[in-house]
Design a protein around this ligand. Structure first.
Ligand code: HEC
Ligand code: HEC
Length: 250
């Protein structure tokens, strides 16, 4: 009974924290409630002055290391919508290509919700194959970290030093598969984007994280930590061996 009450109050909290209109009662977490076909149209064709998202984020929505764009496909809609709102209100600055603030402002709030809903709906195989190809990156001269060291940081953190780093898992879930709606998927994200964002949290050029949580984490990360964590995360699978389900399967 006690467990039941806790579950109900947690659900009530979530419903209160995110507008009830975005909650699909049958989902295990609040999903996007926008118009998927309008979102898809914007993604592939753009709208007004806003160019097609696919031109930078890829036809498959998996991002592009050469451009430094993130994977958007299969990311949680509420998180994506928050990022688009943050760009539209300049709470977050795109300091990579300086395009996202204008792109977000060029869309209405409903359009932003629609494109976020479309992106969440894209099914991606999250077995570690959707992220970057580390060998190819290294061959192209990108400094790539060590996955085994990254794994240890992601799963356990590093407490044994003056500036401790918490386990990414404690907020972002197993292998960075996300803990919606607040904590985004970072597993299977593009390597270059992961490295860029961690540096931006660290140097204070990205500050749109609730309660400064990511800035506090990144401030204690060395360059090596950042490269190692990104290398592990980009190839991390949602599934632990023998378990073919995740709490968030679509
Ligand atoms: C000219 C290239 C370009 C186009 C076109 C573009 N983006 Fe982006 N987008 C970027 C870059 C670069 C970033 C990373 C910016 C940063 O570092 O903050 C980004 C970041 C984002 C993010 C943040 C994702 C995250 O995980 O935090 C979202 C959401 C996003 N774009 C959505 C869109 C949508 C929707 C469209 C189409 C309406 C679009 N983008 C069009 C280049 C582009
Ligand atoms: C205390 C909780 C917490 C911990 C621990 C944490 N994060 Fe985060 N992280 C967040 C939150 C919250 C956000 C979303 C911020 C926002 O809304 O823009 C985030 C966002 C991110 C992003 C940006 C994702 C995107 O798509 O834009 C990256 C990259 C990231 N975290 C990496 C890490 C790594 C690597 C670690 C471990 C070294 C870590 N995080 C540990 C809370 C945490």
């Amino acid at each position: 009974m006690r467990r039941f009450i806790t579950a109900v109050s947690a659900a009530a909290f979530l419903l209160g924290a995110v507008a009830p209109s975005v909650v699909n009662a049958s989902a295990q977490y609040p999903r996007g409630n926008g118009n998927i076909s309008n979102g898809k149209d914007i993604y592939f064709n753009g709208k007004g002055d806003v160019p097609a998202c696919a031109s930078c984020h890829g036809q498959d929505g998996l991002g592009d290391d050469n451009l430094g764009t993130p994977r958007l496909a299969g990311q949680f809609a509420i998180f994506l919508r928050k990022q688009l709102e943050d760009y539209a209100t300049d709470k977050r600055q795109d300091t990579t290509m300086f395009v996202m603030n204008a792109n977000a402002k060029g869309l209405s709030p409903a359009d932003r919700n629609d494109v976020a809903t479309y992106l969440e709906s894209i099914k991606v195989k999250n077995d570690g194959s959707a992220g970057s190809n580390l060998k190819e990156l290294a061959a192209n001269g990108v400094e790539v970290g060590l996955t085994h060291k990254g794994k240890s940081l992601v799963e356990f953190g590093q407490g044994n030093r003056a500036k401790p780093v918490p386990a990414c898992r404690s907020c972002h879930g197993y292998n960075g598969r996300g803990a919606p709606p607040v904590y985004p998927r970072i597993g299977g994200q593009k390597y270059v984007y992961l490295v860029n964002q961690l540096k931006k949290w660290r140097d204070g050029s990205r500050t749109n994280d609730p309660r400064g949580q990511m800035q506090a984490v990144a401030r204690n990360m060395t360059d090596e930590d950042i490269k190692n964590a990104a290398a592990y995360l980009t190839v991390a699978s949602d599934y632990s061996s023998g378990n073919f389900f995740t709490p968030y399967d679509h």
